[in-house]
Design a binder for this molecule. Sequence first.
Ligand code: IPD
Ligand code: CA
Length: 259
Amino acid sequence: MVLEGFHQEKDVKLKSSPADLVTETDQNVENLLISSIRETYPEHRFIGEESVVAGEPVVLTDSPTWIIDPIDGTVNFVHRFPFVAISIAFAVNKQVEFGIVYSCVEDKMFSAERGQGAFLNGVPLHVSHQKDIHQCVVVTEIGAERDDLSLSTMTSNIYKLLKLPIHGVRAVGTAAVDMCLIATGAADAYYHIGMHCWDIAASTLIVSEAGGVVMDTDGSQFDMMSRKVIAASSADVANSIAKVVCAFPCRRDDEVGSS
Ligand code: IPD
Ligand code: CA
């Protein structure tokens, strides 16, 4: 469905900002995933991006819960920029037990199960284990926020990192794939403020299972609902990024009416 839609003209609608887009394909993929999983597991709960936009609350309980982004990288999808992914995580007791990120155009299936390692199309993945921030390629995202405070904080974070200096900054346009790039060792760190739990739930496990470190942008323990994350090849690199980046205010995903 994603590949079929990728090459077609799309009916694009706006969500929280002029850069936060949705298409019929996002909704159709999410409906298909939820309805087919529900046939087998009728008692399981779901947090899906488009269901939340349609008004469902984000409630992560101890019950088995599927956290789904039907298309991560919807702006890429609309522009046919070839990095779009389906992200599915399965959590129990608020902990992700397995996750998959399927990068549709690249035909890359990233997967991880708690304690069993991370894989790309079945081949084991390992982070770069880089410890020196000055030797790092750092991935981040511009995000959909366009207010002055978010934009100035985001650009100043990039400026400060480049001045350290580091080897480079990259942005692919999908948080899920960005994090998988850390798991493959192609990049050494990723940080992001403003993404949602469905963008990164699966890839946090993929990074951890590949030997990486996942934390909040302030250096504290990662919180799936806080909309802030650092994923890195080592604790040293993660802490170096936490020292530099500042967060702009974002409503938590589990607050009523989050967007
Ligand atoms: C977005 C992408 C993008 C990131 C945004 C996300 P969506 O997800 O992951 O890279 O910058 O913060 O919301 O809307 O394409 O699913
Ligand atoms: Ca999405």
